[in-house]
Structures are given as C-alpha cells and as structure tokens.
Design a binder for this molecule. Structure first.
Ligand code: ATP
Length: 693
C-alpha cells in the first residue's frame, strides 16, 4: 500500500490569501502534498481537521473560533515575505515620502515595514496604521500615500493616493518548516529560491534600467534646458527642487548644489508655489519681485491621472523690460499710442448707435479678437479705441496699423520689426515691430482687407502662436496683445475671389461689430452737428431747407464727411446763418436729384394740424426739451418733461400734446415707461418751427 500524501489544511480569512498560499506550496512541493483550503469566518468541519497532517494559517487568531486540532497535528503560523514584482511604485517615490502603512493587525504592519526597510526602502517614512485600534490616524496633509498589502478597503476613504503591494506570499523559512514537519525532502527548494532570486534580479534590472534611462533622459533634458533663455526649475509633488537649469542659477544667483533637494517654498518663498500645488491649475506670467529684480514667472503643475507629479517653474528676468516698459509708456503718450476716445465720446442718439455702444462695452470686457465692419468714416477706430479704453488693457498701448497706407515691402518689418543688418538700410540695433510695441495692449489692424496675402499668412501665425519673429531674427518674442481688426470691405466676397484668407477671417471674426452708415441713422446727424459745433465753440443756425438737405444727403464719407462739412460751414457761413447757397456741391447735388417739395409740404401740413390742436409755442418747447435730451442720449418721462416746460401744463394737457406729436411721427413713445424720444422728422419740424416768424 502506498503511503497517502500528506495533507495541509489552510485556514485563512480571505480566499485570495488561501489561493496565494496554495500556489506557493505547489511551486515547492508539486504533487507531493494535498491541500485543503478553507477561508472565511465559518467554523470548519471536524473531519477536515482530523484528516489534516498540518494546519497552516496566516493569522493565529483565526484558529481560536475553530474546533481544537488533536495534539499530534502541528499548527503553523505562516511567515510571509513581499511580492517583489509589486514594488515598482514604491521605488518611484522620492526620499522622504510619507507612507501610511495600513493593515488589519499591528504585527502585520510592523512586520511589513521591517521587511521593506530590510529590502532597502529606508529612504521612505512609514507610518503604521491599523483601523479600529488606539493607533491615531494622522491628518491627510501629513501623509503622501497610503500603502497596503491587498486590503485597500482598510485604507480610510479620504486617502485617495493608494499603493497596493498585493498579498504577501509565504516566506522560505515557512516552506522549510513545512517540509521538515511533513518529513519531505527539500529537493525543490532551489526552485523556490530561484523564483525568489529571479524576482530580485528583475527588480534590480528595472532599477538599473530606470536609472540608465533616467540618466540618459536627464542628460538630454539638461542640455535642452541649458540651451533655453529662461530660468527653469522642476520640483516633485511636495515642492522639493529636483532640477534647475543654468539660466535659473544665473538669474537667482543660487548654485544648483545649494538648492537641489530643498523645498522651493523655503528657498524661493516669493514664488508662492503652494497656490499652484493646491489648486492644480497653472499660473502664467506672474510679475514677481525677487530681491531687487522683477521676474516674470509661470508655474505649471505636471499631472498624471489627476495627481500632481511636480511643478515646472519657468521665469525670465524682466527688470530691464519693466524699466523699458515704463519708458515706452511715457513715449507712447508722445507717439500717440494712447487712446483719445472712450465710450463717452461716441455721440449718437439713434437706436443703432445706442445698441452698438452697449454691445461694444460687453465685447470690451472679454479679451477676444474683434472684427469691426462699416463704411469709411463710420467711427470704426473710435469704437476700437473706446473698447481698448474700457478693457483691462487700458493702461497698455493702443497701436493702430493702417494696411491701406503700407507698401508690401514695408509691412512685414513694420509689423514684426527687424534685427540689425537684416537688409540694406536696416537701422543699427534693429527695430521693434508694432506687435511688440503693442505688448500688453491692443493692436488695431485697420483696413485689414488691404493686407497683402503674404502678410495675411504671417498675421495668422501671430494670432495662433501669440509670438513674433523679427525679420532677419532667430528668436521668437512672445507678445500679449488683443487684436481689433476693421475693414470697410466685404471680406466674405474677398474670400470667394481668393483675395482674403478664410482661416484668417475666422480668426479675426470672433466677435463681430457692425457700424451702420450715417444715412441709416438719421437721428445721429443733428446731434453730431451740434457736437462738432460745440467742439469748435461755434453756434450756427441752418435754414429749414438746409436741415432738410443735411438729413436727406447720403453722407458717403459718413461722420468724417459730416465733420468736414461743419469745418466748411463755419468758414463759409454769413454770420451764424447757413443757407442753401453755403452748402458744398455734393450736398447741393443731392437736392437737385431729390426735390424737397413733398417733405416740406408734409411739414407744413403737420404744423397746420398742430396749430389746430394747441399752441405752436407749446409744441416747440416740448420738441426743444426732447431734442436736448436726445443730445444727452436720454429718454424722458411725461412728468419730468412737464417740470422743464416754461409754462407747466396739466397731465391731461401734456398727454394730449405728446399724443398729437407722436401721431404726426415727430416722437417715438417708448413702451413700458421708457420715456419719449425725438425722431428725425420731429427734429425737422422743430427746425421749421424755430425759423418761423
Ligand atoms: N459716434 C461718433 N461720435 C463722435 N465722433 C465720431 C463718431 N464716429 C466717428 N466720429 C468721428 O469721425 C471721424 C472718423 O471716425 P473713424 O476714423 O473712427 O472712422 P473709421 O470707420 O475708422 O474710418 P476709416 O474706415 O476711414 O478708417 C473721426 O474723426 C471721429 O472723431
């Protein structure tokens, strides 16, 4: 009769641990033993105990609730080692990383920590923790990682960075004990040790590989970093400095040996890295005073799977630039790089001007590119300046570029600047381009439709990359500018004809603003005339025929033409009175093509109607007050209007008068208490009433 195989009864709480032990024992004893794995907390059947030749458990406490094994059956508590294959993540941790070691008994925790120390992980700080015991749980901030052996559920829920080392296999001494107790020869011990050693070899190779790779990578990185004209510092997740390039050493006057491994928070408190480490979001271009310097610092967190691996801090010494900028700012006032116009200077009581002002104010608050379209002289530049004035860039320069006035050969060097000696006649020391000049401000690309195609391509690049390269230069210069472009041309039509780049159009037309021609906002004409006269400190009266003509004329040159007309009228008028004969030819021609009679007749008719329904003086007073309001771009309510009249009326009287004026088209009564507003027709009527004797 062949001797029955010895039988090992495994008693463990977890199925995974029992399986692991079964595999470990198989590797060593092969088919020479039988195994019976029990797991869970249920009591084990007596007959399974009786049939066992040896009982093996990971935890002696598990045997306490079980039937007592007979004396002759040895009971062994497994000593366990660590699965070397799972140690990579611990290897990657930087010295000093604080690891909360979590397990279900204090012995397990202590044993595992001791083993890890033996294995060479003495550079890490292990903090033991066993849930539901007296061992205090440290605050989350005091711990960098939680580490456990196959029991991640024991890690307190708020620790989200967990390194799971896997269950611990049987240690070789336990295997030998089993062999001895079961009277089996340790013939395959070498296999088990070989397995163990091969793990070591694998681990060692990984370490050297990663060290070699890291060395090569570091060498490459170092040469790249040292070639850069910016200071660069890298840190680990806790702010410990791991790398500093030569430029950074030079700027900070701190040699790398003095600061590598130290916390950036201690060495460079001015950089306030905790903000970025905590928020995980980058901080770009922060002007940071450092000793007697100004540094422009950018901090970018390096993230992997939602966790911060470290920080890259780049910086430039901009002390000189700061001084230069102040000088430029001083000069820019002289050069006209400051704006003249704000929204208060945009005159006009028409609905479209009012709406456009409101829209433009909103656009000003964003930093996106704006495309303003409109005929010549409609006020595109005035709007562009007001937008700049109203934006956060108001203290920066406003640099206008007019493509209509630039020859193709000049435009590139004007826009992007040039380096010394890049072409014959290039100025010594090179020249700053308009984009550079507009740094931190707004560049106004006027008549963009006239930009040659070659320049359109270059513009597109600048808009995409926000950096320029001077003609003949090799260095890219970052520019922080807001772009407002304007055109009187139909760019869509130009795209169709291949004269304008579609991609540039879409880059520019992020926020569109359309300014209508003056002829489509007749209400603005007289208000603008008043404004221009006031600017010249002059008073002119226009005979009704002249007013009529001015309101009818198509103003192809728009507000610029209107302004020129006022200059002309002031010079040409006899005294203060402007008559038809004083009008310049183009306006008079408009009269010739469109006789006045019908309009004049209509006005006469309205006057007749009003005279039958009250006093013309009263109507004139009402219209005059409404006109003053429209000049201030206000509407006015009935009561306020009554209060301004030379002779107050009853509410019913004024209501009736307003009704008559609105019936005849002189007023526009706002819905819902918006007050009343004068129309262009109302204005003509007022002019007629004023000149009546
Ligand atoms: N709403 C306005 N209120 C007061 N002045 C205005 C207004 N709009 C334009 N102007 C005046 O009209 C003139 C022309 O305006 P601006 O240069 O802004 O027009 P533009 O549309 O940019 O013309 P272009 O297309 O020819 O460059 C300026 O002198 C400006 O003072």
């Amino acid at each position: 009769m062949t001797k029955a195989k010895p039988r090992v009864l495994l008693i463990n709480k977890m199925e995974t641990v029992s399986h692991l032990f079964v595999n470990n024992l198989k590797l060593f004893f092969g088919e020479r033993i039988e195994m019976d794995a029990h797991f869970g907390l249920n009591p084990i059947e007596q007959n399974r105990i009786d049939r066992a030749d040896l009982i093996l458990s990971a935890d002696i406490k598990l045997l306490q609730g079980q039937p007592m094994p007979p004396d002759h059956i040895p009971v062994l508590v497994a000593r366990r080692t660590i699965d070397l294959n799972n140690l990579d993540r611990l290897m990657d941790l930087k010295p000093g990383t604080r690891c909360l070691f979590v397990s279900n008994t204090f012995e397990m925790v202590e044993g595992a920590i001791e083993l890890l120390r033996h294995l060479g992980f003495s550079h890490l700080t292990f903090i033991p923790y066993v849930p539901d015991t007296d061992i205090p749980l440290p605050e989350k901030e005091e711990v960098d990682y939680a580490v456990c052996h196959g029991l991640p559920e024991l890690v307190p829920a708020h620790f989200d960075r967990i390194i799971e080392l896997g269950h611990r296999p049987l240690d070789l001494t336990t295997i030998f004990d089993i062999a001895r107790l079961l009277d089996l020869s340790p013939e395959k011990a070498n296999l088990y040790t070989a397995e163990f050693i091969s793990d070591f070899v694998r681990m060692g190779r990984k370490l050297t590989d990663s060290a070699n790779n890291e060395r090569q990578l570091n060498e490459k990185l170092e040469s790249i970093l040292n070639a850069v004209h910016e200071g660069i510092i890298a840190t680990d997740a806790f702010g410990n400095i791991t790398l500093i390039n030569e430029e950074a050493e030079k700027i900070l006057k701190l040699p790398s040996v003095e600061i590598i491994g130290r916390r950036v928070q201690d060495v460079l408190p001015e950089f306030q890295v905790n903000v970025v480490l905590d928020s995980h979001s980058e901080a770009a271009n922060q002007l940071t005073p450092f000793r007697n310097l100004y540094l422009l610092v950018t901090q970018i967190p390096m993230m992997l799977d939602g966790q911060v691996l470290g920080l890259v801090i780049t910086f430039q010494d901009v002390t000189k630039v700061q001084q230069l900028e102040q000088e430029i700012r001083k000069k820019s006032t002289q050069l006209g790089l400051m704006t003249k116009y704000s929204f208060d200077h945009i005159i006009g009581c028409s609905q479209s001007t009012q709406v456009n002002k409101q829209v433009a104010m909103k656009l000003a608050e964003s930093d996106f590119t704006i495309l303003i379209t409109g005929e010549n002289g409609t006020g595109k530049e005035v709007f562009a300046q007001a937008i700049h004035q109203h934006s956060i860039r108001r203290d920066g320069p406003f640099v206008p570029v007019n493509f209509a006035g630039l020859t193709e050969s000049l435009v590139e060097s004007e826009l992007f600047g040039y380096e010394e000696g890049s072409f014959t006649g290039a100025r010594k020391g090179g020249k700053m381009g308009l984009f550079e000049l507009a740094h931190n401000g707004t560049i106004f690309l006027d008549e963009i439709g006239d930009a040659p195609l070659s320049i359109q391509a270059a513009l597109l690049r600048v808009l995409q990359e926000r950096q320029v390269m001077r003609v003949g230069g090799h260095r890219v210069i970052p520019v922080n500018v807001r772009v407002i472009a304007a055109t009187n041309r139909n760019l869509v039509e130009m795209i169709r004809k291949g004269a304008f780049r579609e991609d540039l159009y879409y880059r520019l037309n992020v926020l569109p603003l359309q300014i209508p021609p003056l002829r489509d906002r007749g209400e603005d004409i007289m208000v603008l005339i008043d404004h221009f006269l006031q600017k010249k400190n002059k008073v002119l009266t226009f005979v009704p025929e002249v007013t009529d003509l001015l309101l009818k004329y198509s103003w192809p040159g728009n507000i610029r033409e209107l302004e020129n007309f006022i200059h002309y009228a002031v010079v040409i008028a006899d005294g203060n009175r402007v008559e038809l004969r004083h009008l310049p030819e183009p306006i008079l021609q408009a009269a010739a093509t469109e006789p006045l009679s019908s309009e004049q007749g209509e006005i006469e008719e309205t006057i007749g109607f009003l005279a039958r329904h009250g006093s013309l003086h009263e109507y004139e007073s009402i219209l005059q007050i409404l006109y003053s309001c429209s000049k201030r771009q206000e509407r006015i309510g009935r009561q306020a209007l009554n209060a301004l009249l030379p002779v107050p009326m009853t509410d019913a009287q004024i209501r009736q008068k307003l009704l008559n004026l609105s019936r005849t088209g002189c007023l526009e009564v706002g819905v819902k208490k918006q007050g009343t507003r004068l129309t262009t027709y109302g204005f003509r009527l007022l002019e007629s009433l004023k000149t009546r004797v």
